[in-house]
Each structure stands twice: as structure tokens, then as C-alpha cells.
Ligand binder design. Structure first.
Ligand code: MTE
Ligand code: HPA
Ligand code: MOS
Length: 778
């Protein structure tokens, strides 16, 4: 439409992107995915006689168990055994951060869906039938379902934490404008396609092998050992891949694996336990809902001088990962803005919901939603655009975060300016305005969403990984790490690293299953750090092998190792190709009795954090980006579509462009879903109402924005990122936050009396109410 210079520029940039994409490697899992050959827990070849298990869970959210009668269930033909906490030989305890979560309820239940017993039977069908025959009597106790209720009753998981920078109290006094308000963001169901599950099998000498759909094989191993009261070396955990995790299998894959192993322990037989979708929805935790309050103070020239927020995190009935998630909320409370005076506090509130857990962004999105709400409120009341406030406060080089880290290699302004110029923000604004002037039943709204996300586990000791690399006699390579492939493409990235170092085709590299006997004591695949940590360990191992091989080649060719390079399966002396091939070199190394296996360890340098002071340098680096979201709201129906999302994203130097683009697009849509349509509902008794896909709406292909454009930000990358290719798993989810504000801006145009609300998700019902509440009639 606008044939101006910047559009041509955009087209040529987009061409460059698509050319690069075509050249780039595919996610190697796609070949088995499309053929239906990819293996998941349910595909494990089960042994003859395998039992099937189903979990009996609490039908009340809070109460004392008066009695449970298993007799009818036990009498059912085909039922092998019903296991309860009484059958636990070790500890009835699965809490990861805090030991506050039993595997099976003992005298009390704390959430609707809390496991009480495991029914083991010849078939899953029989186990389910038996479950219906169990009679339970519960004396109900008061139920807490919200953070506010919990706070009033003093029901907290841990002491609240605060990050403080400068002197906000004093700074507010100097502000031209001060605004306060409340926000709410709801939970989110992970809805991984593969439900939670595990398969346990007895090996010899009391060893149990567990095939688990987990992001954290070591957590499964350690917790199983603790519950069974055996040594960790008796438990082997193996993971081929997950049909999605999204954080929902960082901690919460564990109980099912432990239960299957417990049954195997007692019955000396293989046991398969896979939740069906209803059981999974009811029994597992989700993204944490947050009730928050904010206070924001600005100068006359729109600088945010002070910001305060209190976040009430609805943690559910046990800690799970909540304290870590809460911590990340504080880390990201000021998003990509520099605020000199900050006081943010988070409280993990103990409620009678299933323990809420990690979900892509890990508390970061919840924090960012609040400051974006505060900015929207301030802009509205001052009478400027949110863009003006956002733009005036973007982070700069050497600015300090509230947690003490000095911002380096900052790309906040770069990504913002690139997005607004490449996509021509003025033209977009004009288009929205013109549309709104000439349409009365439809209104467009636009919002910008900058992001800044810290990369590293916020808990410093978790930032390490190992890789075990074998070169086999025939020159093929096998790599084991702690990385769990869950769709994010980490296996492909690790193959690329090895193929690159050895200069052999990708077909020569195999990524083995993730297994606790090959790589031990690992952190979960999470925090977007899997490729960085495991990739760096892989790189280190491959480089060590390469060095050894170069020495072998140099001795044979009578040159120095420094003169040797490997290229396309041949040995080169400087730039000159020799006749020595990769496979010959490997044979030669074997004859010379050189080790063709290497085990490397990588620990992120530079990072540290002091929790007593709440200051330090917790992140290896930050990922930046800016999205421009445009929506059209149907003002008769309250429905909306997203016209476009235009992104400039900081990939660093992307090593796998197709995979990374897939991560950006997937995360974006997941973020839009969280902000606009996915509505988790519990009733006051703590029963999950949105307990099926008919009552819980996730984005489908029709909800995807009509146009999604992503341009890589021009940067130099970062050395702490694997091959300078920055972590990409979680950050783009937060672009979705812009969807909320785009819709809100459209509502404002239709209804000038609309009173801004920050209550996500912005479902069509809420849109409709917003469009017509106190709307002036002509
Ligand atoms: N992408 C797919 N397809 N499936 C997933 O389960 N999980 C996300 C993200 N992208 C996920 C995904 C989450 S929550 C994280 S932390 C990262 O991937 C984990 O992988 P990474 O560390 O390799 O980025
Ligand atoms: N991100 C994701 N998972 C985690 C983290 C984190 O920062 N810390 C502990 N588990
Ligand atoms: Mo991701 S929430 O760190 O698994």
C-alpha cells in the first residue's frame, strides 16, 4: 500500500530472512514427527504382564479424611493392589524446594485432585472402574482459592521477598504524576499434547528403570529414591522426548514416575501410569494467577522515577517451584525499563488449589503485565500514548537493575527503534486512526510490547551441565547430555555443534536419550538455558576430542597440531587438503590407544546472587525485543482478531533460524492465549470448572494473528550464549502481553467512558462489557 522507502527496506529484510531460513537446518525431529515415528512414554515397548495404574484423588479441596473404603475396589477382578502412603518404604515427601508435599495424602487433603492412592490393575480400564468403587468420607475444612484470602489469613508458603533500589518513598514526593491501581492475571494450563506419565520396570538387584515424560530426570531419580528409601544408583531415569513440557514437567512429572516406581517396587512387575486429559487437568498445577497492586510515579517529561508493586502469587497447596517463580517476578518487575527507585514485593500465598508451577516465562510475564498496566494507566490519565512513556524509559547501557546487575550489551532501544522504523510505526498509527474514523462497528487498537528477559536459572548453583561424547570406531558420534527435547529443538542444536566442530555431516551425529546413568546430577531442561548449558558442555567435549585427533593427525603427517584442520571429513594441513579421511583418522586414533570419549563440564561464569542482600549478577545475559500488535475488535460482538504482530527479536547470532523462528511464533501465540482467551476457573469450593477443552479455550490456527513478521535484530550476539545464539525458548511469550493492551486501546476508542481494567485474560465477554459500560448514547 505505502510504496515508501521503508517498506522496500522491509521487503528486502524479509527476503533476507526467508533466504536464510531456507538455508537453515530443519528440526531433525520433524522427520519422525510427521511419520508418527517419534517415541513418547506411551510408545515404550511394554513387557508381558505389565500392570496399569490410575490415581485416586481427592474429591474435595480441603478436609480431614475420616475414612476410605477400598474393599469394593480391591474385590474387583483384575485389580492387583491399591497403594497408599502406608505402602511407602521411604519418605512420603516429594517437595523440591521445600519439603511440604506428600506423594499421597495421609490424614488431610489440601486440594481437589490431590493424590490419595494408586490403583494397580491388569488394565487401565479395570483400574478406572475400581477407582469409582472407592468410598471416601471427608470432613470439610475452609477453602482458600485466592491470594488475597490467603494473605488475610496469613497463609504463606515462605516469607515475602522484596527487591529495593534507591528510595522510592522519597522519589514519589518529587513526581509530577503518581498513579495506583490493581491488576489480575490468571493462571494458564500447559496443555502439552502428551499428558503426564511414566513407565517403570524392575531390573536386577532392586534396580528400577523409569521412562518418564519429564524435563527433570534427576529430580525424578532423586525423589523416587527418597520415597522408596533406596540409593539413587538403584533408580535409572530415561527420557527420549516430551510431547511438550512448557514448564509443566519441570517438577510435576515427578509424582507419576514415583508412583509407577513404587508399584514396581512392591509388585516386581512393570507398571505404566499415564494420566488421561481429565485427570491431568484436575491433578496438576498451572501458571500462577497473580493479584497485584502497583504505584507508579513519573516526572513531567514522562520519566518513571519510582515504582512499587506488591505481587500476591497464588501458589496452591504446596511450594513446588513457587518461591523460584516468585523470585523471577521480582527480577522482571520493571521489564525493559530503567527505574531508579523501585520497591517490589512478592508473597507466595498458600491456597487450596493444585500446586502451581513453572510455565514458560516462570513468573516473568506476571511481573511484566503489572508494569505495562501501570504505564497504560499513567498514559491514559496523563493523556499521552503508552508508547511515549515506554519510549522515554527504555533501558540503556550501564543502567542498574533493581537486583544490582549492571545492564550490559543492552538492546532495548536498538530493538525498539528497529521495530518502529522497520515497520513504520507512524504509518501503523495512521492506519489505525483512519480505520477508526471511518468505522463505527469495528475498532482497531495497537500496542507496543518491549521485552527484556534474563537468561540463567535464577538459582545460581543450577547453572551447570555435562556432556558425554563418544566417537565410535566407524566415525559416527553419540552424544549424551541432560538436555531434554520437548519440541524446542535442542537436540538439533547440539547435533549442529558436534557436526560443526568435527566438520562431519549431521547424519554422523546422534543425540542419545537423556539418561541419568550417562549424565548425572543434572538441572532440569528449563529457564531457556538448555541449549546454552548443554550445548557449551558439548562444545567443550567435542573440542577436547578434536584436539586429541589433531595430535594424532599431526604425528602421522609430520606437522604440528596447530597446522591441522578438519573439513568436510578430510584432514587439512593449513588450507591444503590431504588424503587422510575422518574415518581413517578415527581408526588411527584407536590404534594409537587415544581415548575417543570425552566427558565435559560447563558452569556459567560470572553469575552470582546474594539472597541476604537481594543483589548480584544472576543472569548470563538478557534477551531483548519489541513487538507491535494490532487488533480489530468487533464492537457488536466483543470478539477480536489480531491483524498483525510485527516483531524485531534479539536472537543474537541465531544458529538454527527455523527452530528459533518456530520458538518465537509458538511462544507469541501461547502468550496471546494467556492474555486473551485461556480462562482457568475454579469455584469457591476449589473445584476446577475449566476441566476440559470444551470449557478451556486455547488458541487454534484461527486465533493466530493474520500476519506475524519477525525480523532478527542486528547485534553481535553474546559470548555466554551458545555460539552467540541467544536463548529463545521463553522470552517471546511476553510479546503476547501486548495483545491485552491492543484490545484495550480499541475498546477505549469505541467507549470513551471505559474505565481501564487490568484483569487478564481479556475474553470476548470482558471486551463486550468494556465496550458498553457507561458508554455515552447519542
Ligand atoms: N517449545 C516447545 N515446542 N515445547 C516446549 O515444551 N518449552 C518452553 C520453551 N519452548 C517448550 C518450548 C520452555 S518453558 C522452556 S524453559 C524452553 O523451551 C526450554 O528449552 P530451552 O532451554 O532449550 O530453550
Ligand atoms: N527458570 C526456570 N526454572 C527454574 C528456574 C528458573 O529461573 N529456577 C529453578 N527452576
Ligand atoms: Mo521453562 S518454564 O523454564 O520449563
Amino acid at each position: 500500500m505505502h510504496k515508501n522507502k521503508s517498506n522496500n527496506e522491509l521487503e528486502s529484510q524479509l527476503d533476507a530472512v526467508s533466504i536464510a531460513l531456507k538455508k537453515s537446518i530443519k528440526n531433525l525431529d520433524s522427520y519422525t514427527h510427521v511419520r508418527g515415528e517419534s517415541l513418547y512414554v506411551d510408545d515404550v515397548n511394554i513387557r508381558q504382564g505389565t500392570f496399569h495404574a490410575v490415581v485416586f484423588d481427592s474429591p474435595k479441596a480441603h478436609g480431614k479424611i475420616k475414612s476410605v473404603d477400598y474393599s469394593k475396589a480391591e474385590a474387583l477382578e483384575g485389580v492387583e493392589r491399591i497403594l497408599t502412603y502406608k505402602d511407602i518404604p521411604g519418605k512420603n515427601q516429594i517437595g523440591g524446594i521445600i519439603p511440604d508435599e506428600p506423594l499421597f495424602a495421609e490424614d488431610e487433603v489440601h486440594f481437589w485432585g490431590m493424590p490419595i492412592a494408586l490403583i494397580v490393575a491388569e488394565t487401565e480400564f479395570i483400574a478406572r472402574k475400581a477407582r469409582d468403587l472407592i468410598e471416601i468420607e471427608i470432613e470439610e475444612l475452609p477453602v482458600i482459592t485466592t491470594g488475597k484470602q490467603a494473605k488475610e489469613k496469613g497463609s504463606l508458603i515462605t516469607k515475602p521477598r522484596s527487591f529495593v533500589l534507591g528510595d522510592p518513598e522519597k522519589a514519589f514526593k518529587d513526581c509530577e504524576y503518581v498513579f495506583e491501581g490493581e491488576t489480575f492475571s490468571n493462571g494458564q494450563e500447559h496443555l502439552y499434547i502428551e499428558a503426564q506419565g511414566a513407565y517403570a520396570e524392575p531390573l536386577e538387584n532392586g534396580t528400577i528403570k523409569i521412562t518418564s515424560s519429564t524435563q527433570g530426570p534427576t529430580a525424578v531419580q532423586r525423589t523416587t529414591a527418597q520415597v522408596l528409601g533406596v540409593a539413587m544408583h538403584k533408580i535409572e531415569v530415561d527420557v527420549t522426548r516430551l510431547g511438550g513440557g512448557f514448564g509443566g514437567k519441570e517438577d510435576q512429572a515427578t509424582p507419576w514416575a514415583v508412583m509407577a516406581a513404587l508399584a514396581t517396587y512392591h509388585l516386581n512387575q512393570s507398571v505404566k501410569l499415564i494420566l488421561n486429559r481429565h485427570d491431568d487437568l484436575r491433578m496438576t498445577g498451572k501458571r500462577h494467577p497473580y493479584e497485584s497492586t502497583y504505584k507508579i510515579g513519573l516526572s513531567k517529561d514522562l520519566k518513571i522515577l519510582a515504582y512499587e508493586a506488591e505481587f500476591l502469587q497464588n501458589a496452591g497447596a504446596a511450594a513446588d517451584l513457587s518461591p523460584a517463580v516468585a523470585e523471577r517476578t521480582l527480577f522482571h518487575a520493571t521489564n525493559s525499563y530503567y527505574v531508579p527507585n523501585v520497591n517490589v514485593t512478592v508473597a507466595s500465598c498458600k491456597t487450596n488449589l493444585p500446586p502451581n508451577t513453572a510455565f514458560r516465562g516462570f513468573g516473568g510475564p506476571q511481573g511484566m503485565f503489572v508494569i505495562e498496566s501501570a504505564i497504560a494507566k499513567a498514559a491514559h490519565d496523563i493523556g499521552v500514548t503508552p508508547r511515549a512513556i515506554q519510549e522515554a524509559n527504555l533501558l540503556d547501557e550501564n543502567d542498574v537493575f533493581s537486583y544490582g546487575q549492571i545492564a550490559k550489551k543492552v538492546e532495548a532501544k536498538n530493538s525498539w527503534e528497529s521495530a518502529t522504523s522497520i515497520y513504520n510505526i507512524e504509518a501503523i498509527e495512521r492506519e489505525v486512526e483512519e480505520f477508526n474514523n471511518s468505522n463505527s462497528a469495528f475498532k482497531k487498537g495497537m500496542a507496543l510490547m518491549p521485552i527484556c528477559f534474563g537468561i540463567s536459572f535464577t538459582n545460581t548453583p543450577m547453572n551447570h551441565a555435562r556432556a558425554l561424547v563418544h566417537i565410535y570406531l566407524d566415525g559416527s558420534v553419540g552424544i549424551s547430555t541432560a538436555a531434554v527435547e520437548m519440541g524446542q529443538g535442542v537436540n538439533t542444536k547440539m547435533m549442529q555443534i558436534a557436526a560443526d566442530v568435527f566438520s562431519v555431516p549431521i547424519e554422523k551425529i546422534k543425540i542419545e536419550t537423556t539418561n541419568t546413568t550417562r549424565v548425572a546430577n543434572t538441572s532440569p531442561s528449563a529457564a531457556s538455558s538448555t541449549a546454552d548449558l548443554n550445548g557449551k558442555a558439548t562444545l567443550k567435549a567435542c573440542n577436547a576430542l578434536l584436539k586429541r585427533l589433531k595430535t594424532v593427525a599431526a604425528t602421522y603427517l609430520k606437522v604440528t597440531p596447530e597446522q591441522i584442520t578438519l573439513k568436510d571429513e578430510f584432514v587439512y594441513i593449513k588450507a591444503k587438503k590431504t588424503q587422510l579421511e575422518w574415518t581413517q583418522l578415527i581408526s588411527m586414533a584407536m590404534l594409537e590407544r587415544v581415548a575417543l570419549t570425552e566427558n565435559a563440564h560447563y558452569a556459567t561464569p560470572e553469575i552470582h546472587f546474594d539472597k541476604t542482600k537481594e543483589k548480584g549478577h544472576p543472569f548470563a545475559y538478557h534477551v531483548y525485543g519489541t513487538a507491535i500488535i494490532t487488533t480489530t475488535v468487533d464492537c457488536t460482538r466483543g470478539t477480536y482478531e489480531f491483524d498483525s504482530v510485527k516483531i524485531v527479536h534479539d536472537y543474537g547470532k541465531s544458529m538454527s533460524k527455523g527452530i528459533d523462528l518456530g520458538q518465537v511464533e509458538g511462544a507469541l501465540v501461547q502468550g496471546i492465549g494467556w492474555m486473551t482467551m485461556e480462562e482457568i476457573a475454579y469455584n469457591d469450593d476449589g473445584k476446577l470448572l475449566s476441566n476440559a477443552l470444551s470449557t478451556y479455550k486455547i488458541p487454534d490456527i484461527f486465533s493466530v494473528p493474520k500476519i506475524v513478521e519477525t525480523v532478527p535484530l542486528e547485534t553481535k550476539g553474546h559470548e555466554l550464549a551458545i555460539l552467540k545464539s541467544k536463548a529463545v525458548g521463553e522470552p517471546p511469550l511476553m510479546y503476547g502481553i501486548g495483545a491485552y493492551f491492543a484490545i484495550q486501546n480499541a475498546i477505549k476508542t469505541f467507549n470513551p467512558n471505559y474505565d481501564l481494567k487490568f484483569h487478564a485474560p481479556m475474553t470476548p465477554e470482558k471486551v463486550l462489557m468494556g465496550l458498553y459500560e457507561s458508554r455515552p448514547t447519542k
